[in-house]
Design a protein around this ligand. Structure first.
Ligand code: G3H
Ligand code: ZN
Length: 275
């Protein structure tokens, strides 16, 4: 039984000057692969389920959340469960009942004042229910399919945002972009250091699939703590499925290698960010 709180995993990583990988779960095989990869790397890990993934499961959080929690409970490394990129207040309120230790409430598309108001109210609710709350300032691009690496979070604004909202962690825009299938992003490490000095809470890097290993290492050194990775698992999964899709009708023939490929990716990236 090693389902632990996100706060514990993130605080321990931060205190040790390490990063912690937070990987997105879409299917049961993703959750199994994340835990297998973390066990191979002997590292703590965060399993996160995004609002988009909930939508894929017909808008029902329960089945995939319970599956991920059950996989986490059977792990022999610490595993935390996080609800990711939540924009829907109704979904936010479901987090408390499904084993999550944390939520990322994403009001980053709103202008600053509206983002502060929506995030402060989400943080108050989360704290009243024992949940750690992450928010985003300076929209990390790519969620609409467009590569938008030019956006940046301003350190002074970030400090004001954290003070005004009471969030426990802050996702910042420093050069990464969501859903990249090539690892070509270049991060602004000097900005990461300035953000780390400006805000008291741990920093979160989104869109990390597009960031090369060495850039990830430098990002952790500069002050990033929670490293969010989704697409890299899907690249591994789909690569294996494509290779084996002609191997008969039993889905286990391609899902097993796809799960192994994701686990290898997880183990590798955990060694990079936690090394
Ligand atoms: O919140 C999730 C991450 O930001 C994943 O981004 O799919 O580009 O790695 P990615
Ligand atoms: Zn993200």
């Amino acid at each position: 039984m090693t389902l632990v709180s996100t706060r514990t995993v993130v605080d321990e990583a931060r205190a040790a000057g390490r990063g912690v990988g937070a990987f997105n779960v879409i299917t049961l095989e993703h959750a199994e692969a994340i835990v297998a990869g973390a066990e191979a790397a002997r590292a703590a890990v965060i399993c996160q389920i995004s609002e988009n993934a909930v939508r894929f499961h017909g808008g029902r959080l329960g089945p995939i959340a319970r599956a991920a929690a059950a996989v986490a409970e059977g792990a022999d490394v610490p595993v935390a469960l996080h609800l990711d990129h939540v924009t829907d207040g109704e979904l936010l309120r479901q987090a408390a009942d499904h084993g999550f230790g944390s939520v990322m409430f994403d009001a980053s598309q709103l202008d600053y004042t509206d983002n502060v108001a929506a995030t402060r109210s989400a943080a108050e609710w989360a704290h009243a229910h024992g949940l750690w709350l992450e928010a985003e300032l300076g929209e990390v691009g790519g969620k609409d399919g467009a590569h938008a690496p030019g956006v940046r979070t301003d350190p002074a604004e970030a400090a004001g945002f954290v003070a005004a909202t009471g969030v426990d962690a802050l996702a910042v825009a420093v050069g990464s972009s969501h859903a990249m299938t090539t690892r070509t992003a270049a991060l602004d490490h000097e900005l990461i250091s300035r953000l780390r000095d400006a805000v008291q809470v741990p920093l979160v890097l989104h869109g990390s699939s597009g960031v090369p290993d060495d850039e990830l290492r430098q990002a952790v050194t500069a002050g990033m703590v929670k490293i969010n990775i989704g697409t890299a698992l899907n690249v591994a999964f789909t690569g294996a499925v494509r290779e084996l899709a002609g191997a008969g009708v039993d889905p286990r023939k391609y899902l097993a290698p796809a799960r192994d490929a994701m686990a290898e990716t997880v183990a590798h990236l955990l060694a990079v960010v936690g090394g």
